[in-house]
Write a protein that binds this ligand. Sequence first.
Ligand code: TGC
Ligand code: FAD
Length: 394
Amino acid sequence: MANNQFQSHDYFQVDDLLSEEHKLIRETARNWVKKEVDPGIEDACQNATFPKHWIKGLAEIGAFGPYIPTAYGGSGLDQISYGIIMQELERGDSGLRSTASVQSSLVMYPIYTFGSEEQRKTYLPKLASGEMMGCFGLTEPDYGSNPSGMITTIKDAGDGKHVILNGAKMWISNAPFADIAVVWAKNESGIIKGILVERGMPGFTTPETHGKWSLRASATGELVFDQVKVPIANILPNVEGLKGPLSCLNSARFGIAWGAIGAAMDCYDSALRYSKERIQFGKPIGGFQLTQKKLAEMLTEITKAQLLTWRLGVLKNENRATPAQISMAKRNNVHMALTVAREARQIHGGMGITGEYPIMRHMMNLESVITYEGTHDIHLLITGMDVTGFNAFN
Ligand code: TGC
Ligand code: FAD
């Protein structure tokens, strides 16, 4: 059985299910993360900053809009390629993956899917190259799991050319430095519409959220709209209702299901290495049954998640993946990664709480990942409704 640091978690030879192109994409992303991110991630988290110079590298490895057609600046890749890139980014840090998945699934995806041709041409190439960064405003202070209640509004400005945007969004990834925001707001008929709001529009501010113990290398903020005059041409013309933002979430949740495996792999790799090196009671701690139980269960869960996600990728490539299947994968894999991180921390003993190992950082990050894009319990209720037909949300 191969047990070097890269192969040790491919226990069921899942690599055989990937194409040569998939493997090349993975290698490119992995090499970039190892060279550019790994040396600086601990400092970035300790200092709670998102290193902006990573944006160029993310664009170069194709992390912005991998599945957006090349005609719009994307890479024209399949869904499994997107998943693989998210996995490799999150092996580095969930905050890094967040930055890329917001840009791809929550900004480029809605502009590509629901935007006018002019909106696509104006924004997508710049978003793909990282010249422009975006964010996605759905959650509000009083409406998190229940976004249909949102109170942010757009109203006719009366000049035939603009709408007036009022309200506030909170917990918005990339907000502090984003050039544009895809914002979901209700029009005068109470119908949810998507609208593109640009930095610099008078009345639009993005205060940063400080004091997070999680996802510290990802910039989070609010979006505040005080009588913001936005051109009607910035409204996404081809969707209305909650299915607009929820469709974007399908794509982002799919990427997170892959990404979480990356974080779990990094924790497992570190724990396996440590268990072979750390001597207690005269032998490596990996020689004790209780440590082996932890490692064996970690690898079993990673393997199950890999197979689940690969199958979901095939279904998504064929346009057959249902939102409920994506919810199940997101819920399972993030919970799995969090459990793996907690077990890995135990294996590292006291060292597990330090920045010398990535464990505590992954564990704290995953506390956000298990909450955003639909909480663990919301995804359970989505599965529950899918199998019973009964809505238990309200
Ligand atoms: P409900 O009545 O069930 O549905 C309303 C309309 O939406 C349609 N729909 C979907 N469409 C596409 N994809 C989905 N997954 C969909 N789920 C529902 C549905 O068919 C209906 O369409 P129509 O045509 O009949 O109008 O809606 P509800 O109000 O009962 O809510 C359902 C619920 C609770 C599942 C949903 O609101 C939900 O998923 N809540 C969780 C909220 C959430 O995930 N927020 C995420 C914010 S963004 C974020 O966290 C980014 S973090 C990014 C990072 O940093 O990486
Ligand atoms: P609440 O909805 O208040 O939930 C609190 C608790 O109640 C949870 O345990 C939940 O599961 C439970 N609960 C709620 N309703 C029910 C129910 N019907 N039945 C049972 N239990 C229920 N949002 C964006 O729009 N864009 C972003 O870029 C973004 N980035 C984020 C980044 C970070 C770091 C974080 C932490 C969040 C981000 N979010 C973003 C917001 C995120 O999507 C919300 O935090 C999440 O949807 C949950 O909403 P809430 O925090 O208001 O919790």
